[in-house]
Each structure stands twice: as C-alpha cells, then as structure tokens.
Design a protein around this ligand. Structure first.
Ligand code: SAM
Length: 282
C-alpha cells in the first residue's frame, strides 16, 4: 500500500509527498514532531503536521535567512537565532570564521534532538563551541537585552502556537533594543499567495515599520512551503539591503552557496507588483 504525507496548507489546498517510511513520532510539551522518509525530498520533519524542513530543499530557506544579511554587513560578529531548532541557520552562520558567537534560543529541545538523530547534514554545527544553545522561550529571553547583537534571525514557526509571540510589536521592540546601532533583524514572513498567510506577513511588516527605520521584504522559491513562494523580512537600523549590498566583500568569503549569490540578492528584493501592492496597501 502506498504511504503519503499530506499537509493541509489551507482549507482548500493540500501538499502530498509519497513516503517510504514514517520514521519518528513524538509529542513534546509544545508540539507534535514527526519525521518521514520521502521519495522525492529525502527526510522531512513536520511540527504539528506542517513541513518544517526537508533534506532536498532546506538549503534555499537557510541560505536566504543567513547570507542576505551577511552580504549587507559582512562585519557581523555577534548573532542571535530565535527558533531554528533543526540547526540549518546555525550551520550557515558557522561558515563565517569571523563570527565570534551565536546564541540560539529554541523553545523545544525535542526539535534539536530529532534533528541531531535524523538530519545530521542540517544539525551538524549545533555542537560547535561558538554556538551557545538555550532551550527557552525566545520572547522571554529578549526581555531587557540592550546593544548586544549585530544580527537577530527569527527562524520561527508560523504565528500560531509557541511561535505566536514572535510576531508581536513588544517582541520586535525588544529585538530593536538588543541590536547594536548597525543591527539587522531577519525573519521568516510567510507566503503572499494565500490570504490567511499574506495578512499575517503584512501585519508583521507593519509592526516592524513602526520600530525600524529601514524595513524591506524579500522572496525565495521554496517548493515544500505553502504555495512554494516565501517571503522574508529585513529590518535594519542603518543598512539598506540593496543600496548597501557589499557584493565584493561577501565574495571574498569564497563560500560555495547552493542558492544564494549576490546577483540573486538584488532580484530577491525586486518583488512582483501584486506583492508590493499588498505590502503597501494591506
Ligand atoms: N522554517 C520553518 C517553517 O517556516 O516552517 C520553521 C523553522 S523551525 C526551525 C522553527 C522553530 O521555532 C521550531 O523548532 C520551534 O520549536 C521554534 N519556536 C517556536 N516558537 C518559539 C519561541 N517562542 N521561542 C523559541 N523558539 C520557538
């Protein structure tokens, strides 16, 4: 009998992946964690039935959530990651030898444990001595922090369940205060195609605009996320993500990235008209 994993992306849209084996299932204090071995996308981790990471397309999301900011300010040294339990974001950050320390605050230890057990190519830098890992709620962790980080990456689940607090004005204000004067914040910002997600993305964007002087949105094509078309937010105190791109300086790092490059960087901020309109007019 054929086995399929099916995600209800909206009430009217489903994504199905043919599965070889359902490898792991567990219920943490926060969410249901599952791992499937799929035919097309390799291993897949889901949280509460939603795709979080697949071996085949995780490189797109992790390249885009890390390297865009690093090419705008190649001097970033102190980084905070909120969420990010699979380890892919930390893996990409660890490719920069000059990054001194990464703090990662993941609410759910089970996600990291499962990533270490089943996704070694994603989680392989979680034990790097430059990484300080805290199993805490990111919202509480940010309280009272001042002038500490050059970059904050919010690698969160959707704004339901444990991730909800990571999309609020209070949290973004705490992040602003925790950043240095050159600080950048990057967050994952949902898909613009389906209305329920698009509205959330716009709301998050509006909140950021009330706090940061520079706020832009960029895009990537991620096959296993709803609609395959995903947005990220870029909020910054000083650097504009396009005008201040340091392409040559970034190329000096000589990183072989599978998705990101500095030409694509410019295109990522060139949004389709309907997305621009959504963002400008709601
Ligand atoms: N890229 C994925 C997506 O969009 O489906 C999500 C990435 S996954 C690494 C997000 C992580 O955020 C999960 O491991 C989840 O446990 C964690 N998370 C959710 N709410 C959190 C919170 N309040 N504080 C810290 N981590 C949180």
């Amino acid at each position: 009998m054929e086995l399929w994993y099916t995600e209800e992306q909206t009430e009217n849209v489903r994504l199905s992946l043919k599965v070889k084996e359902h490898i792991f299932t567990g219920q943490s204090d926060f969410q249901k964690v599952d791992v499937f071995d799929t035919h097309e996308y390799g291993k897949l981790m889901t949280l509460d039935g939603l795709v979080m990471v697949t071996e085949k397309d995780e490189f797109i999301y992790h390249d885009m959530i890390v390297h865009v900011a690093m090419a705008v300010n190649p001097n970033i040294k102190r980084v905070l990651v909120i969420g990010g339990g699979d380890g892919g974001t930390v893996r990409e950050l660890m490719r920069y030898p000059h990054i001194q320390q990464v703090e990662m605050v993941e609410i759910d230890k089970m996600v990291c444990d499962v990533a270490k057990d089943y996704f070694p190519t994603v989680s392989n830098e979680l034990n790097n001595p430059r990484v300080a890992l805290y199993y805490e709620d990111g919202v509480a962790y940010m309280k009272g922090k001042k002038n500490l980080y050059d970059l904050i990456i919010i690698d969160s689940t959707d704004p339901v369940g444990p991730g909800e607090g990571l999309f609020t004005t209070e949290f973004y204000t705490d992040c602003f205060n925790a950043l240095t004067d050159e600080g950048i914040l990057v967050n994952q910002n949902e898909s613009p195609v389906y209305e329920q997600f698009a509205k959330e993305a716009i709301r998050a964007n509006e909140k950021l605009k009330n706090i940061f002087p520079i706020v832009e949105v960029y895009q990537a094509q991620i096959p296993t996320y709803p609609s395959g078309y995903w947005l990220f937010g870029f909020a910054s105190k000083k650097y504009h993500p396009v005008k201040d791109l340091k392409a040559e300086a970034w190329q000096q790092f000589n990183l072989k990235t599978k998705y990101y490059n500095t030409q694509l960087h410019l295109g990522a901020f060139a949004l389709p008209s309907y997305v621009k309109e959504y963002i400008e007019n709601g």
